[in-house]
Each structure stands twice: as structure tokens, then as C-alpha cells.
Write a protein that binds this ligand. Structure first.
Ligand code: ZN
Length: 136
């Protein structure tokens, strides 16, 4: 099974060519190889393998998350009695080589500094968990 998910391209949208599952962020990360990322202008090299992909250079993803998180498991509890959440700035910095994600030490998640084999993207539920917190 392919490790990468090939993204359906839409006219006028800066969609990535591929998504891979990131176990650290628990979401898919996009990679642009045939055209530039519409947001940052970045592109990556790709070895052409859907099973053992290699991308270059490293992927650096920054995003904000809310903590403690609201998950599908505790959503009902949160609706009854919402808890105070604080915004945390997350970093996911990785080098993808031969189907393995090598997380750099500046990653803020639990896999920082580790090498994790990629998993079949299509086997993972890609629906994001509900995020009832306000957008900022
Ligand atoms: Zn990540």
C-alpha cells in the first residue's frame, strides 16, 4: 500500500502533491514537488517512490495548538463544562528518507529526535478531530 496520499489537484488552490501521515502531529503533512507551495513558495525534491519516499530538503511545519486538547473522547465533557485552554506553538521538523521520518531535535512533539517508519496513509482516518476552540 502506498505510504503517500496523492492529493486531487483543484484549479486555483495551492494543494500539495502528496500527504503523509505524521504520528507526532497526528495529522497529514503536505509536500509540494511539482509546483510551489502557494503559501511559502517552497518545493521539495522527490525520489518518485510511493512506498519508500525521500523528500529534500527537510520539512519544517509550525502551527498553534490548544492545550489541554479537546478530543472526540472528551468533547461531550468539554461542551458541558469547557476548560480553559492555552495556545501552544508547535514545531514539527523532519527529514523524510526512504520511507522513514527522521524527526529533528527541535520538534516539539513526543517523537522529537526519533526515526519513525511511515505508515500507510489510507489506513488512517484523516478526518481531523473537532476543534470547538475559537480561531484566532
Ligand atoms: Zn508533524
Amino acid at each position: 500500500m502506498p505510504i503517500l496520499h496523492r492529493v486531487q489537484q483543484r484549479d486555483g488552490h495551492p494543494d500539495p502533491d502528496f500527504l503523509f501521515w505524521c504520528p507526532g502531529c497526528k495529522c497529514g503533512h503536505g509536500v509540494w514537488v511539482s509546483r510551489a507551495n502557494g503559501h511559502t513558495g517552497a518545493t521539495w525534491t522527490f525520489n518518485g517512490s510511493m512506498e519508500k519516499p525521500t523528500f529534500g530538503p527537510s520539512l519544517l511545519i509550525r502551527y498553534d495548538t490548544w492545550y489541554p486538547p479537546v478530543t472526540p473522547e472528551n468533547l461531550d465533557q468539554w461542551k458541558r463544562e469547557p476548560w480553559k485552554q492555552e495556545k501552544r506553538s508547535m514545531v514539527c521538523h523532519s527529514v523524510v528518507t526512504d520511507g522513514t521520518i527522521h524527526y529533528c531535535g527541535d520538534s516539539t512533539h513526543e517523537f522529537s529526535g526519533q526515526a519513525i517508519p511511515m505508515v500507510d496513509f489510507d489506513a488512517i482516518p484523516v478526518e481531523p478531530p473537532p476543534s470547538p476552540h475559537p480561531k484566532t
